[in-house]
Structures are given as C-alpha cells and as structure tokens.
Design a protein around this ligand. Sequence first.
Ligand code: HEM
Length: 347
Amino acid sequence: MSFSRSTVRAFIRAQRATGRVATFASRRIFLSNGIRQFGFKASTGAAFGGAALMAAAVTVSQQPDWDQIRAEIASLLDIEGYDDGSLGPVFVRLAWHSCGSYDKKSGTGGSNGATMRFTPESGYGGNVGLGLARQVLEQIKLRHPAASYADLYQLAGIVAIEEAGGPKIPFRPGRTDAADGKACTPDGRLPDGGKTQQHVRDVFYRMGFDDKEIVALLGAHALGRCHLNRSGYEGPWTNAPTTFSNEFFRLLIEEKWELKTNGAGNKQYKNSDDTLMMLPADMALVQDPKFRVFVEKYAKDEQAFFNDFVPAWVKLQENGCKGLAAPVAFKAAPAAVVPAKPWYKFW
Ligand code: HEM
C-alpha cells in the first residue's frame, strides 16, 4: 500500500494533534439497543440524567476559568467509534451554524444568544445533528455555569480547530444567552449544499463577507464529513478529516470529480474511487473564476490559507456581538483534564 505525500503529512499532523489520547483512554462511545449513545438519552437536552452527580463536581465561580474550559473541551474531542474518532468537526459546525444566522442589515442573528438551543431554530433542517454537539458540551456548562452557552459554543469551535492542527484563533468572551426562542431568526439563512455560487454569495454577503473570506471559511470542510441522515449528503471531503489543513483546496483542484446521485437522491460530486465528496456549493469555488483565484492560492500555500482563515473566523464568531472582552490570554500548555468520573458516566 502506498500513501500520497499529503496523506503522510496529514497523518503525522494528526498524530501530533491527538497525542493526548492515552490520557483520556476512558472516553468511550458505546452501543445501547443498537443505537450509539453518548452517556445520556439523546432527547434529554439540558436536563439529562446525572445532573446532580455533575453538580457535585461543580466549582461555582462568577468568572469563567477559560483555561480550564478550554482544556475540558479538548478532553472531549477524541472519541472511539464516532465518525472518524473526533467530535471536533461537529463542534466546528455547531460554532459556525450559531453564527451563520447573522444578517448584517438588520443586525439580527449571529452567535450572541445561542438561540439554536431553542425551537424553532434547533429544528431547522440545516441544524440537524448539532443537538449532539450541544448535548456533549452541556456537561461543561454544568461545571462552569458562569460561562454563557454562546461563548462556550464559540470556544468549542476554536479549540476543535486548534486541536486538529489548525491556526490559533483569538477568543473574546462576553456573549450572553437568550432566555427563549423569541430571538431565533427565520429558517433559510444557512447555505444549501446543493446550490452554487450565486447562492453562496447571497448567504455570505448577507453576513458581510467578501469572496476571499468565503473561500477561506469553506476551507473548514477539510474537517469532518457529510451524513446521509443529517444533510442528505454523504462522505468526507478529505482523507484526513480530523486534521485542519489546506487539503480541501488541493483536492478541489487535483482530483477528478464527477456528479453522482447519492442514496438520498441528492446530487454530489465524487472523486475517481468514490471515497471523497464535494457538494455542488464546494465545487462552485473552482467553477467561479473569482473564487478560484483563492482556491489556487490556498491549495499551494497552507500558511496563506491559515492567515486568511483566522480573521474571517473571528469576524464570523463576533458578527452581531457587542461589548466583548479583550481576547483571553490562554496559558501556553493547558493542563490535562481528568474528570472525577469518566465523562460519559452520568448515572
Ligand atoms: C456554502 C457554504 C456551506 C455549505 C453549503 C455547507 C454545507 C455542509 C453540509 C451539507 C455538511 C454536512 C452535514 C452533515 O451531514 O453532517 C457540512 C458539514 C460541515 N461543515 Fe459546512 N457548509 C458550508 C460552510 C461551512 C463553513 C463556513 C464552515 C466553517 C467555517 C463549515 C464547516 C463544516 C464542518 C466542520 C462540517 C463537518 C461536520 C461533521 O463532520 O459533523 N461549513 N457543511
């Protein structure tokens, strides 16, 4: 068996990024009645079982201990048996979809408020699957009640990107939580993977992004995969879906892509051996000449991608937020977290 240069590079980086696995060997996903469970019933939300047990370990503080929270998020990422072994990608998607409701003109939506916890937003088609990420993060919220959900979701995105080998991203806390779903924005603000450049521009221009920022942000599709039962699309974009890299751009250009109909009846692009995928919205980045300039640049130069990704992500996560604090000066090496009980034991 031979591996491409990029696969080897991604593997080495993934090893580096997951060097802490041994410390958290107790993390498990397990099967119950044939359904994957994460230590609590999928529908219990904030009131999941074992809250009392967790509460015993809570140190209540008025000021969130961001170093500790950062370390706890990192400790939740690696997970045996789920997707590609990491919750990082779904944390990144949670963070981005919390922000993706923003409308610059009306000033509505965005990460402030964490309105995705409420109906109707929690039930929007674009947010299917993100309840899992919210539920996993609930245990951190219980231990750190002074942190808002809105800040927690954004920090989870940042930590997931950094732990996957991505760039360091400044985190400015100070978001507050909405009390109910009144501030939920209408459905239809998130992008549709089956549409192309006009739609992608309509959605991201509405949030105040330009073409360079759009391409840089979509580079996050180096991470994770599509799930037929969530979005109606299937498969990973890259061979190293737990590593934040410029692979998405390289593959967009170098692979031979063919439009095929998937098991849900949706059209998506597949590579020559059917192992990787691109959405029609991803493919728009190489089909549109103005987008393509940036795809070519990032495919050749990962550092250029990182350099443009960071300010675009900061803008995304701060759109619509007022009065945020100065960036948190995280300690260089966060202490490893060993929860008193394995995280999945709430009973
Ligand atoms: C045109 C814009 C975009 C479209 C149409 C789009 C569409 C999608 C779709 C259909 C999925 C699969 C969901 C699933 O089945 O679980 C997905 C996953 C994902 N998206 Fe996007 N996305 C867009 C932009 C972004 C941006 C801006 C980011 C972050 C900066 C992002 C990060 C992710 C990640 C990390 C996943 C993987 C989630 C997982 O593995 O569970 N996407 N996206």
